[in-house]
Structure formats: C-alpha cells, structure tokens
Write a new protein. Structure first.
Length: 425
RNA sequence: GUGGCUGUAGUCAAGCGGUUAAGACACAGGAUUGUGGCUCCUGCAUGCGUGGGUUCAAAUCCCAUCAGCCACCCCA
C-alpha cells in the first residue's frame, strides 16, 4: 500500500523527533565523559558475518534476519545488531594495533524480521557501547555503571539490573555437562522446545518461561557454581566494583543472554512498565568473538539498549523530555510592502540568533496573532502601512499583553537585549 | 512462525442492512474598519484500511488482503 510504511517501521515526526534529539544529546554527552568515540558501520554486512558473529543457532539469525542476494550474487543481511559489525571493523582496520582498550559507541537502526508488538519493531534503534582489548573486570563494571548512569540521567526509575556469569570456554563445558546430567532424566517432561534445546544449548532451558520447565530446572547446577577459578574471581571483582559505587544488582543465575557469543559477565536491565517486553538493555562479555571473526585473540564487552523502549518507558513514567516549539519573535505583517520588510527583518533576527517566524499563509492580522500565540511567541511585531509611514514597528509582549512602538532601526537591538535579560534571570 | 482483538475525517469516536455518515477535540475563517489567549458563529469524510462477493440496498453480512494493537517464541 502506497500510503503506509512497511510493517514494523515508524516515521519519527515533528513533535516526536525532539525526544530522540534529547536522548541523542544525553548519549553523546555521557559517551564523551566516559571516553567513548562514535563508530559508524554500514547497516548491511555479508550475511556470513552474522552467522559467525551472532551465532547461527540463535533466533535472531535463524528466523529474524533480513537477508537478500544483491546484484553481484552476494548474500547480504541488514544488521540485526551492531556488535558483529564493530568487531568486523576492528579486525579489518587492525585497530588492535593501537593503544588498547578501544572504546566505541554506536547509535542507529537495526533490523529484525519479527512480529510486531509493544516495544518490538522491525526497524528499531539501538545505542550501544563496546570495549575491545581488555580482560579487566573493571571494564565490565564501567560498562554496567555507564548504562545505569544513563538511565538515571534521563530520569528513569524502577530499573532492575540482573547480572550473571556464564563462564569461559574452560568452565562452560563443565556446566553444560553437569546440566545435562541433571536434565537428561527429565527429558520427557520438558516442553518440546526445551527438548531440542537439550542437544543444542541446554543453558537456554534455564531461561524457558514454561512453568513446567522452570519447575524441572529448579535446583539445576548454576553457571556460577561451575566457574573455573579465574572466572569466579573475575565475577567476584565485577560485583565488588559495582558494590563500591553503590550499584544495586541481582545475581540471577538463570540469566542467559540470547546471543551465542557471550562469555563471563552477562547482564540485562529490565523495567516493568512497558508491556511484555521489559528488557531495556543488556550486554555482556564476548572474549571469543574477535577470534571467531578472524582477528587475534582479543577480549571484548558490550552493551546495547533500545531507544524505542526507553522512550516508551519514559512516557509511561510521565517524564518530560521535549520542549515545545516556540518563537522568540513573530512578525505580523499587513500588506505587500510590510511583508517585504518583514522578510528582511526575520533574516536579521535569525542571523542574530533569535528564533524568528513570519506569516507564511497570507493570513489576517487576527489570525497571525492567534498563530503567534499558539507557538508561545515571546514578542509579536506588528508592521502595517501606518508603521511603515512612521518608520516604526509595534512590539507586543505577548505574556504581558503590552505593546509599544520602536523605531524600525532599533528593533533588533531591542529584541536581543530583551532576550539577554530573559535568559539571565 | 503462531494466536486473540481491531481498522469510520488530523485525533477520540457514534453508527450494528435502508433517505443528505452523529458528536467532541484539533484545524481554518469570522463576530463592523489593523491585535492572541475566554465565549459565540461558520466550515471541515461523494467517504467508512484495500480488493472482491452476497443483497433491490452494505460503513454495517461473507471472503481475501494489508495495517495497527496485544500476547507466545525471542529479544532492544
């Protein structure tokens, strides 16, 4: 249909875009302070990157990718997330040869072919950060802290931070083995999905929402109990750092992130009031990913949040983030001569840094006044034949309902002074 | 991929087989000559998501399709 965008996409219109600008400002500011530089990567990549980088058994890759064959017969996919792209770029440009760690952030659209519901779209936007090149648990703590700090800055409340450690490639198989020993005897009672998970990725069973499966997996060996010494102390340090700065968290040994590449620290932030999709961000460490994509063995950790969900949560919590459109000055002109003068005046005002507007609809004076009022114009200037003849202009202070005449030549000076006075009080 | 609900102007909607498709808000114009916010008046869907079908007659019934909302799976 010609007059409807594709399913799961959204136009961000005037009135709405201001919210995005606000969030983007907060994001850029916090990233500057934390020492993250922006990275921009293409919105599409070779499909293979996501197969390797996200994992070919994940839902995201298995059933949600926008994949197509381009005219050069290459398989291309729109990015379902950006970590894989960042890692690819890191390897491609040999950024590991520079002083480490590499700290980058990104902000942009992602694409997943999933059915639409509250807080889920086919094109959605993520802000994310990645730190590449350091194993140090202080980095894990920094990333988590930064995420929480961001939520606080925009005024969000009621977040829950869940953290877990899923171990490294040494201790993961140990956990897997213990888990299989625990679950295999119960196989017949698991839901059919979990039965297939048993072979592919038994850890996911812990994450199953089926009551029956939850019941069955109660008492299952937790990842935290199977961690090797190194991973255990890493996780302990991450928690210690978080404790030190007073960040509250839940150690949730059922938290298993959906993407295959996570190792050690995994975390997720939820907020209850945006419908069934309560996750407003998540991330974790991925110490094997860079190697997987063809780089040198390099650790990494990242985090991403969904802007649509952030906005939904903010709206639900009644938070303010957008100022309404207002004019410093509106020029109401009557007659062609006055309009020509108004056109010049508005240019002068704008050059002086004022938000200035004039009538663009050929409206009556009354209607122009009404329009100026609608947009909370600070001053409305009235210019007609009488004023032109006298070389003056009427300046009306809209809030006070008072007006005076000012010589035309002095009007810019008058307005800039008024503006300065207002902003200093 | 699966299931439920919905689809009438910019927005919220009434209408539930039969003359010109309520109402409210918004928007636009006006209430004596050049002045906003309140009030009052006027205007604003040849059209009821789209395409078929049933019928003398459909926004109203049926089918398909598209979209929205919600939920499952999964995730942001």
């Amino acid at each position: 249909m010609l007059t409807a965008g594709p399913k799961g996409t959204n136009d961000i219109l005037p009135g709405e875009i201001e919210k995005w600008h606000y969030l983007e400002e907060v994001i850029r500011e916090i990233c500057r302070q934390y020492g993250y530089s922006e990275i921009r990567t293409p919105v599409f990549e070779h499909t293979e990157l996501f197969l390797r980088g996200v994992g070919d058994t994940t839902d995201v890759v298995e059933k949600e990718m926008y994949t197509f064959i381009d005219k050069g017969k290459r398989s291309i996919s729109l990015r379902p997330e950006q970590t894989a792209s960042v890692v690819r770029s890191y390897v491609e440009h040999k950024i590991y040869a520079q002083p480490q760690p590499t700290k980058v952030y990104y902000l942009g659209p992602m694409f997943r072919y999933a059915n639409v519901q509250a807080g889920r779209y086919r094109q959605f936007h993520q802000f994310g950060v990645e730190v590449l090149g350091s194993y140090d648990p202080v980095v894990d703590a920094e990333v988590i802290t930064m995420a929480m700090e961001f939520y606080h800055r925009i005024g969000l409340h009621g977040m829950e931070l869940h953290i877990n450690s899923v171990g490294c490639k040494e201790c993961r198989p140990v956990h897997r083995q213990r888990l299989l020993e625990f679950l295999n005897p119960k196989e017949k009672k698991l839901c059919h999905l979990c039965r297939s998970r048993l072979a592919k990725n038994p850890m996911r069973i812990l994450d199953c929402k089926e009551e029956q499966c939850q019941e069955l997996s109660r008492g299952a060996p937790a990842t935290a109990d199977c961690l090797c010494e190194k991973c255990a102390s890493h996780f302990a340090m991450v928690r210690k750092y978080l404790d030190d700065v007073g960040i509250q968290y839940n150690v949730n040994d059922r938290l298993v992130r959906g993407l295959d590449y996570y190792t050690n620290t995994a975390f997720e932030i939820m907020v209850s009031d945006i419908g069934a999709q309560s996750s407003i961000g998540g991330g974790g460490r991925y110490d094997g990913l860079i190697e997987e994509v063809g780089g040198p063995p390099t650790p990494g950790i990242g985090y991403a949040l969904g802007l649509e969900r952030i906005i939904a949560a903010m709206e639900r919590q009644g938070l303010e983030f957008a100022k309404d459109r207002t004019f410093d000055v509106f020029v109401a002109a009557l007659g062609e001569k006055a309009r020509e003068q108004a056109f010049k005046l508005v240019l002068d005002f704008r050059r002086a840094g004022l938000v200035a507007e004039m009538d663009l609809m050929g409206r009556s004076l009354k209607a122009q006044m009404k329009f100026a009022d609608r947009f909370n114009s600070g001053f409305t200037l009235i210019l007609g034949d009488e004023e032109l003849a006298k070389g003056v202009i009427v300046v009306r202070n809209m809030a006070a309902g008072e007006q005076t005449e000012i010589p035309l030549g002095g009007i810019l000076d008058y307005l800039t002074k008024q503006k300065r006075r207002n902003s200093s009080t």
